[in-house]
Write a protein that binds this ligand. Structure first.
Ligand SMILES: [Zn+2]
Length: 207
C-alpha cells in the first residue's frame, strides 16, 4: 500500500478557530511508529479547548480518544489499538508505582491532543489522519469484532470507573449518586450494577 507522505490534520489555533493543515509524515525511526487514525472521540476537554475555557499558548492538533490501525512498533501491521492519553517512561519512580500520569519525563507536557503543532512533526493528536508514537506511548489492543468507532470509548468509560469507583474506593455496599448519566456516568453505573445502591440523576430531566 502506498502511504501518503502528508497527513491531513485539524489544528486548533485558538478558541473556535480550527484550520485544516497538511503535515509532513516523518520517516520513523526504530523507536517510533506511524499509526493511521480510524476514530477519535470528542471528549469534554476537547470542547473546553475549542470554546476557550482551556487555553493554550500554542496551536495544536486536539483529540486524545484515539483508535487506530497499527503499522509498526510491537504490534502486527493492521492490528487495531487504542492509545492511552498519557505516556510513561516505565522507569521513573512514579511509573514504577503505576502513577504514570506523573511520569517525570512526560505528564501534561506530552499528553496526546495537547502538544504544540510546531514541535517536531506535529502529529500529536487524534484529529488527524495519522499519529506518530514514540517509545513512551502506551497502547491497548482492541478486541477483534469490536467496532473501531466504539474503541475510543475506553477512555471516558475508564474515567467514569476510575473517578467514581477506584479513586473514592467505594465498596460493594456503597451508596453512589451519579449526577449526569453521560458516558462517564453510565460507565460508573455499569460498574455498580448488582452492587449496593445506585441513584442516578439526569439534570436534563425533572426528578
Ligand atoms: Zn516515568
Amino acid at each position: 500500500m502506498v502511504v501518503s507522505r502528508r497527513a491531513e490534520a485539524l489544528v486548533l489555533n485558538g478558541p473556535e478557530s480550527f484550520e485544516r493543515r497538511w503535515l509532513d509524515i516523518p520517516v520513523t525511526a526504530d523507536e517510533a511508529s506511524l499509526l493511521r487514525v480510524e476514530a477519535c472521540g470528542l471528549y469534554g476537554t476537547d470542547h473546553e479547548q475549542y470554546s476557550g475555557h482551556i487555553r493554550s499558548r500554542f496551536p495544536f492538533v486536539p483529540g486524545h480518544e484515539i483508535g487506530e490501525a497499527a503499522r509498526r512498533w510491537g504490534v502486527a501491521v493492521g492490528d487495531r489499538v487504542a492509545v492511552e492519553v498519557f505516556k510513561s517512561c516505565r522507569d521513573c519512580d512514579q511509573c514504577r508505582c503505576g502513577l504514570y500520569r506523573r511520569c517525570v519525563r512526560n505528564g501534561l507536557r506530552t499528553m496526546f491532543g495537547f502538544v504544540d503543532v510546531d514541535h517536531e512533526h506535529g502529529l500529536w493528536g487524534g484529529y488527524s489522519t495519522h499519529l506518530v508514537l514514540d517509545r513512551d506511548a502506551m497502547l491497548l489492543p482492541v478486541p477483534e469484532g469490536l467496532d473501531p468507532v466504539l474503541a475510543p470509548a475506553f477512555n471516558p468509560i475508564g474515567a467514569g470507573i476510575r473517578w467514581g469507583a477506584t479513586l473514592p474506593q467505594t465498596g460493594p455496599d456503597a451508596v453512589v449518586a451519579v449526577l449526569g448519566p453521560g458516558i462517564r456516568g453510565l460507565g460508573r453505573c455499569r460498574r455498580q450494577r448488582g452492587r449496593g445502591r445506585l441513584r442516578r440523576h439526569d439534570r436534563s430531566r425533572p426528578a
